[in-house]
Design a binder for this molecule. Structure first.
Ligand SMILES: C[S@@+](CC[C@H](N)C(=O)[O-])C[C@H]1O[C@@H](n2cnc3c(N)ncnc32)[C@H](O)[C@@H]1O
Length: 456
């Protein structure tokens, strides 16, 4: 496990405070070593020897703002792909968007906002879906006034989004026929989204924290807001305040979609929680802004897991939760075990152990993308997690992403070598570091030409 620096030097602490204040990325609070690593390149570029020197650059009237933009691009994590979270896109396709189209039949005007849009895969997925559903309903998307806004704090991500060129990796959930219908190949591994979808979306730099200022951030009302996998890096209280601010920018009966593991659990009385197959969505009341009617609050699902599952949730020890989930899965109730993971993660979004368990279960169920995403999350939360790298490498290999699989396995081997050979690996079901290295060598022998990748 990464050992967080318990007492980082004063300069680093100051830098951390400045970064958290500016971006909301509370995530770095116990990962100052990671922050230091990421800021290092910027510091070297400016010839700064200490964090104090770099803070002075950030505070400089002339270049401070530009440097903040660079730093924001460097420290944010933009992992995304088209049609991410199949269940949410099914809910959008079958319930949310058809309802919005019906409600806007007279005005023919819809406003969508993707907050933390990264390279644009999310808002462009919405553009493709909206165009498709309008056409299916016999309408011409060109006769509608569709505004899809993508915002992000990373200027680098915004530039990529405007370019609308994507790698096979970002398009991994789109089958070749649809890829050919929606994109034009600009090189063997890069595709450009068609102009008809590109023009539906505009992008701009915006810090979500601006929403906490009076009249800050893009003005509503929006019929649909997506803020997925952004708040997961924020402190719970700030994330809750932001959800409330977003609720204030929703149109009457407008929708909000969050990621599966956001740290927000309290939406009442601002938003109604709506259970849709495989996912939750949140909805404004008839008045748009402000508390929803009490009847909507009654539609809230129980926040804790049902007693049937018999899992301690509030302040629960993660090991005890993991044991209960494993028992449930061992009894053959895998979907229920996965739901227990989701429930736990809703209130403990940075519990790497449960993310890992969820990833393994998802893999077993054939949900490869979910599994991959969760293994990545484990590594993100816990950079020294050897077993997550072990599984991820295998998944990537199966998916044909050989270069990344090779890198991941090399990292796995390097980490395992740092452990005493007899040390049991966390989440390894008794597998020791030495045992894993032997297995890795065995795979080397089984796969000619692979030797370099695990023994380097
Ligand atoms: C993991 S990506 C999520 C992308 C997309 N929403 C999805 O779920 O696939 C998180 C994005 O949030 C952005 N972000 C982080 N902090 C932000 C802030 N304070 N304001 C706006 N965007 C932010 C990052 O730059 C990054 O592009």
């Amino acid at each position: 496990m990464t050992t967080p620096s318990a007492f980082p030097p004063a300069g680093l602490r100051k830098l951390l405070a400045a970064v958290t204040r500016r971006t909301g990325l509370h995530y770095y609070t116990d990962k100052t070593d990671l922050l230091e690593e990421m800021v290092g390149a910027r510091m070297r570029l400016h010839g700064c020897r200490t964090c104090h020197d770099y803070l002075a650059v950030l505070a400089d009237k002339g270049m401070g703002d530009a440097e903040w933009r660079e730093l924001e691009s460097a420290i944010t994590i933009g992992e995304t792909f088209f049609f991410r979270y199949a269940e949410q896109f099914a809910a959008l396709e079958h319930t949310i968007v058809p309802g919005l189209i019906r409600a806007a039949a007279t005005t023919r005007h819809l406003r969508v906002w993707s907050i933390g849009c990264s390279n644009g895969a999310e808002p462009y997925s919405i553009a493709i879906l909206l165009a498709r559903l309008l056409e299916k309903a016999g309408m011409n998307p060109r006769e509608w006034h569709i505004e899809i806004l993508g915002t992000d704090i990373s200027t680098r991500a915004i530039e990529q989004a405007r370019l609308a060129e994507f790698s096979a990796w970002t398009l991994r959930d789109i089958d070749p026929a649809r890829r050919a219908a929606w994109f034009t190949a600009v090189s063997p591994r890069v595709w450009r989204l068609h102009e008809r979808y590109r023009r539906m979306v505009s992008f701009r730099y915006s810090n979500i924290l601006d929403l906490l200022q009076p009249d800050g951030g893009p003005a509503g009302p929006f019929d649909l807001v997506l803020c997925r996998n952004v708040l997961i890096y924020f402190a719970q209280a700030q994330a809750t305040a932001l959800v409330r601010a977003i609720a204030g920018r929703l149109a009457p009966r407008g929708w909000l979609l969050l990621g599966h593991s956001e740290p927000v659990t309290d939406f009442s009385p601002w938003l109604e929680t709506v259970r849709l197959p495989g996912t939750l969505a949140f909805r404004a009341g008839m008045a748009g802004k402000g508390p929803v009617a009490p009847v909507a609050a009654r539609a809230m699902p129980p926040r804790r897991h049902s007693p049937r599952a018999n899992v301690p949730m509030a302040g629960a020890d993660s090991a005890a939760v993991a044991t209960a989930i494993r028992r449930m899965a061992d009894d053959g109730h895998v979907p229920r075990a996965m739901q227990m993971c989701r429930d736990h993660l809703a209130s403990h979004p940075v519990d790497a152990r449960i993310h890992f368990l969820f990833a393994v279960l998802a893999w077993g169920e054939g949900s490869l993308l979910q599994a991959e995403e969760s293994f990545r999350r484990v590594i993100y939360l816990c950079r020294d997690h050897i077993m997550a790298r072990c599984y991820l490498a295998r998944l990537l290999e199966d998916a044909g992403a050989c270069a990344e699989a090779r890198r991941t396995r090399q990292q796995m081997v390097a980490l395992a070598r740092r452990c005493p050979p007899g040390a049991a690996l966390p989440d390894g079901d008794g597998l020791t570091a030495g045992g894993l290295l032997r297995l890795a060598r065995h795979m080397d022998e089984a796969l000619p030409g692979e030797h370099a990748r695990v023994s380097s």
